[in-house]
Each structure stands twice: as C-alpha cells, then as structure tokens.
Write a protein that binds this ligand. Structure first.
Ligand code: FES
Ligand code: FE2
Length: 391
C-alpha cells in the first residue's frame, strides 16, 4: 500500500510499481495473493528513505551492551536507521543516549564505535564540548565567534530514550510515543526474563560484515522457518523431526524447534520451562533484530540498513560458562549460518530484478516473515505523529 498523507510520493511509488509491470503481464500466472516481499520494495530509494523514518524512528533498536559502559565516560555509538546515536555512562552512573550529531555542523560528537571520552564529549571538528549530561559547556573563541551571544541551553545534545534490558542489553528509541521497550517485546518478555542474560558473558569477538542485500530481504529470510532444513541442512540433527511452532504477536515473533533427546543444550539448568530447555527459538524483535536464545547461549544478529541494496550485519554471542574453544566453535557455526543465509539472499537480490518474476504464495512456515513485511508496510503507510518527538 502506498504511504498515506504524502500524495506525491504515493503517486510516484504506485506509478513506478505499475510502470515496471505494465508491459510484462501475461507470461507468468501467479493467481494467489501474497504478503511476501515485492521486488519494487527491495530497490526503491524513496521507499527506503521513508523506512528510515517511519519504521526506524518509531522503533526500539538494539545498540550494544553494558560491558562497554562500565565507567563514567564509557560510550558506544550506533544508528537507529540512518540516525547516528551515542550511549554514554554519566558521572552519576546513569546510562543516557543522544543523537550523535554535533549541534554546530554534522560531525559525530564521538566518532569511535566504543571508547571512553573522560568527563566530556569534545567534537573533533571545532571542539564544541558537551558534558555527559549532554549540556553544551564549551565553545572555542566564543566571544569572537558569537559576539552577539548564543543560547547554549538550546544547543545541547538531543536526548533519546534508552532501555537497559536484563541489566545487559542496551536499546534506544527516538519516538516519545512508542510504548516502553518492555511493552514492545511483551509477548516474549517473561520468557526472556527466565534466561538470566545478566549472567551470560560476551564472546571475545563479534561478526561485522556488509552484504549486497536489502535489509528487508534479510529480515524476510530470518523469519522464514521453511528454508532452515534445506539451506542449513548441516544442523538438521539438532532438530526433532522437522517440527516448528510459529508464533507472531505484535512487534515480536518466534519459530520454536524442539530438539531430539540426543541434543541437550540445557547445560544442566532446571530453572526454566521444559519447553525452553528442550528446544530452541528463532525469535525476532521488530524491526531488525534476530535473537536466538538458548539456556546457555544468546545469539544476536542485527541488520543495519545502509542502502536499498546494502546491509551491515552485526552478530554477537553471549554464553554461560563457555570455554574459549566452545566460544570459538559457536562463532564459526554462526559465521557459517550467516554465510548460508546471505549467499541465498544475494541470489534472490539478483533475481528480484527479473522483469517477469512474480512473487509466490506464503507457506505456513513463512508466517513470521509475512507478519513482519505487513508490519513494515503498515508503518510506512502511517506518517509519524505531529507529537512523535515531543509527546
Ligand atoms: S561540527 Fe562540532 S564543533 Fe563544529
Ligand atoms: Fe537461515
């Protein structure tokens, strides 16, 4: 559905979609309606730009963890869609977040992915200086540069909402109207409490790579429980029969796969529900995070959109009492899984350019992917509220 409330863009998107197909009708018959990702949704720059606002600016996005935010001045940087943000531990021990845009010109205030900035953030371009509470406290040559004065109180760093979930994982949100993070993930929140992620340790290296794929194409693949036994057939022995229980609910969804008795990932834990110990979940937290939680391991894969045909994947693993050898084996396994998925999606990216291709019907085990695609379309069709950022 074209976005409402923006006629010229809606017309352009509709026209482009129609134009692409107008002369190619008739060769391929695909009678069933389908909610799956459409080719024009993958390559359209205007749609992509709108997604950065209407999907990402109203969502909670995972940015990192408290391991990097132990001391005052410790910071991490990241992005919510195309908006750079910084999270910092303040002098009083709070964790706060800001837009990582200097209020003078467009420089990032802190440029590194992670670090310690001491007691203030000094912009590298002209050295405007902000304290850890975001207040503008220093302007070099201020009297000469701004002889008529400058209302410094209006030029502090712009705060964003931050949630530290399970005393570990840091999420940020630009919207003031979005529900709390807890409500955002309500359908899985109680189960996630039981894993006790605060007792897990981050593995020593993470995976970080850019792929020639659209972020929604990756998200569709992540929420597709149908491809798993074919594309990842090397791990079929970790599943009992080929059962999957698919759940979709609001901004989260899950595909639960029971384990055979020979594959025990409980790690001796008995403090969780039997179902959680005897199988594993492929979960999704809208709009771009794929968590795979186990009793002794949490895998997070985040898809950061860069351009319609470029996506950065950042993957991190946390574990409970894992040896260095076990950690490395888990990382190698995740590298293989990511490669299998991105290789497949890269093939799709090329073929989505086929002028005569028509998208096929949704299967039962693609229900999660369909739900996410429809949620994205609904967000794109809904303008941000006039008080989205002031409520
Ligand atoms: S851009 Fe930051 S001080 Fe000029
Ligand atoms: Fe996969």
């Amino acid at each position: 559905m074209p976005p409402a409330g923006d006629e010229s863009l809606a017309d352009r998107l509709t026209g482009r979609r129609g134009g692409r197909h107008a002369e190619t009708e008739g060769l391929v018959v695909s009678p069933l309606p389908t909610p799956m990702l459409q080719p024009w949704e993958v390559y359209d720059q205007d749609l992509f730009d709108l997604e950065m606002l209407r999907v990402f600016a109203r969502s909670w996005v995972w940015l990192g963890d408290t391991d990097d935010l132990q001391q005052p001045g410790d910071y991490i940087t990241g992005a919510i869609g195309h908006q750079p943000v910084v999270i910092v531990r303040t002098a009083t021990g709070e964790i706060k977040g800001y837009l990582n845009n200097c209020r003078h010109r467009a420089s990032s205030v802190v440029p590194a992915p992670v670090g310690n900035c001491g007691s203030s953030m000094v912009c590298p371009y002209h050295n405007w200086t902000y304290n850890l509470d975001g207040r503008l406290i220093g302007i070099p040559d201020r009297l000469r540069m701004y002889p008529d004065g400058l209302p410094t109180e209006d030029y502090g760093l712009v705060p964003i909402r931050v949630d530290v979930a399970w005393n570990k994982l840091v999420f940020g949100c630009l919207s003031r109207r979005a529900p709390s993070f807890r409500e955002w993930i309500a359908p899985i929140a109680d189960r996630y409490d039981r894993y006790r992620f605060d007792t897990f340790q981050r593995y020593p290296r993470e995976l970080d790579q850019v792929y020639p794929i659209n972020w929604k194409a990756f998200v569709e693949n992540s929420n597709d429980d149908y491809h798993v036994r074919f594309v990842h057939r090397r791990i079929n022995d970790q599943r009992r029969q080929m059962d999957t229980v698919v759940r979709v609910d609001g901004r989260t969804c899950s595909g639960y796969k029971p384990h055979p008795d020979s594959f025990d990932t409980a790690g001796g834990r008995t403090d969780m529900a039997e179902e959680d110990l005897k199988g594993h979940y492929a979960d999704f937290i809208y709009p771009n995070l794929t968590p795979l939680p186990y009793a002794t391991m949490l895998i997070l894969v985040r898809a950061d959109p860069i351009a319609p045909d470029r996506t950065r994947l950042v993957s991190r693993i946390y574990g409970l009492d894992k040896t260095p050898e076990e950690q490395e084996a888990d990382l190698v396994n995740l590298e293989l899984t990511n490669q299998e998925d991105t290789d497949m999606v890269t093939v799709l990216m090329g073929n989505l350019r086929s002028p005569f291709y028509r998208v096929g019907p949704r299967s039962t085990w693609e229900a999660r992917a369909a739900h996410v695609m429809q949620t994205i379309r609904a967000d794109v069709a809904t303008p941000l509220a006039p008080d989205e950022f002031t409520a």
